[in-house]
Design a protein around this ligand. Structure first.
Ligand SMILES: *Cc1c(COP(=O)(O)O)cnc(C)c1O
Length: 368
């Protein structure tokens, strides 16, 4: 449990399967070989809870995340190995926590170098220097790399633990430029003299592209059992869904032909129908844009969504489905309904659905 113990009995939980997370890390390990693995746990471990990640990813070499709050939670949960701040510090005052929590920081801008220059020399800090090799988001562009390295080399309290870049198109085999190969080549060309560690691969690079020497890897999404790439199922990569979003049936309605369900009366019963009202809506992270027919898992089978998803509820067609009553569990996503299947139907990715899980959905460690 990562949030204050809730008293609510509203039947909706994100059940987190620690064994699946550990299994997925082992899948990453099988591909990474000897390379160090930084398990990416930003956005509350993609919705699974930092504390759960600390337990499940004990075999990782480090954790990578975004905010000092999350680093603090990881340390409080007992994580003793390195922690990387993926965007570095946002303000000079963050260095107090960097020091106290012994964090490694990404340095991606001259502004961050200026903050390092103003630090008292007594405070040693390990950095990942981030170089932009074509994503054009964070990192030093080619022209600034020599100046950035020279300024950092002049700081005796700063140790460059690795050179890092981020890949724009690792999720596609023949994607647009820059390709994985082009970004690797650009990195080598910019720092031909570098003999230290590298950090390049995200999940898609680790799972879909061949091994890349001695670099450390930064998988995120795959550790939670979702796909890093369109058209590639998580199951085909040997991954297991780590979250089951589970609600229960709040009410059952028998409709006569011609009766409608929900806002806008979008769905009309063509024949005598049984409708289940499920305690999950768009305020719980289930997209309002979900089209009719999207399956949920109830009574041991796929059951279609009908009508419009509302804020707190959605409706399913239980006609002909045995054994689903008020109180029966319904899986919105999990082992039976891949989060990627729902994501694809609404034009997004599993990343968004998992990481945007709202606070009102309780995470609980699954016991089965
Ligand atoms: C989020 C993130 C990752 C992990 O990406 P996945 O696609 O989830 O594996 C790796 N590196 C950086 C810099 C990130 O921000």
């Amino acid at each position: 449990m990562t949030r204050a113990l809730s008293q609510t009995s509203r039947p909706l939980q994100a059940l987190v399967d620690l064994a699946a997370m550990t299994h997925n890390l082992a899948q990453a390990r099988a591909r990474a070989g000897e390379r160090p693995i930084w398990a990416v746990v930003k956005a509350n471990a993609y919705g699974h809870g930092i504390e759960n990640a600390v337990r499940a990813f004990a075999a990782a070499d480090g954790l990578a995340l975004l905010e000092t709050d999350e680093a603090q939670r990881a340390r409080a949960a007992g994580w003793r190995k390195p922690i990387l701040l993926l965007e570095g510090v946002f303000a000079s005052r963050d260095f107090a926590l960097v020091n106290e929590l012994d964090l490694t920081v990404v340095v991606h801008s001259m502004e961050q170098i200026e903050m390092l220059e103003r630090l008292p020399a007594a405070a040693p800090v390990a950095i990942f220097l981030k170089i932009d090799t074509g994503m054009n988001r964070l990192g030093f562009p080619a022209a600034l790399v020599p100046a950035a390295r020279a300024r950092i080399a002049a700081l005796p309290h700063v140790r460059v633990a690795a050179l890092m870049t981020h890949l724009a198109n690792a999720d596609r085999e023949h994607g647009p430029a820059p390709t994985v190969q082009e970004q690797h080549a650009a990195l080598q060309a910019l720092v031909p003299d570098w003999r230290g560690a590298w950090s390049v691969s995200n999940s898609a690079a680790l799972f879909l592209h061949p091994s890349r020497g001695a670099e450390s890897v930064r998988p995120g999404i795959t550790l939670y059992g979702a796909s890093p790439a369109p058209g590639v199922s998580a199951a085909s990569l040997g991954l297991q869904a780590a979250m089951r979003l589970q609600a229960r049936v709040l009410a059952v309605r028998d409709l006569a032909p011609g009766q409608c369900v929900g806002y806008g009366s979008l769905w009309t019963a063509a024949r005598p129908s049984r409708i289940g009202v499920v305690a999950c809506g768009y305020a719980d992270g289930y997209p309002r844009a979900t089209p009719e027919g999207m399956p949920v898992w109830a009574g041991g089978r796929r059951v279609p969504l009908v009508g419009r998803v509302s804020m707190d509820m959605l409706t399913i067609d239980l006609s002909g489905v045995e054994g689903v009553e008020v109180g029966s569990p319904v899986e919105l996503w999990g082992r039976n309904i891949a989060v990627d299947e729902l994501a694809e139907r609404v034009g997004t990715v599993g990343y968004e659905l998992l990481s945007a899980l709202p606070a009102r959905v309780r995470e609980e460690v699954a016991c089965d």
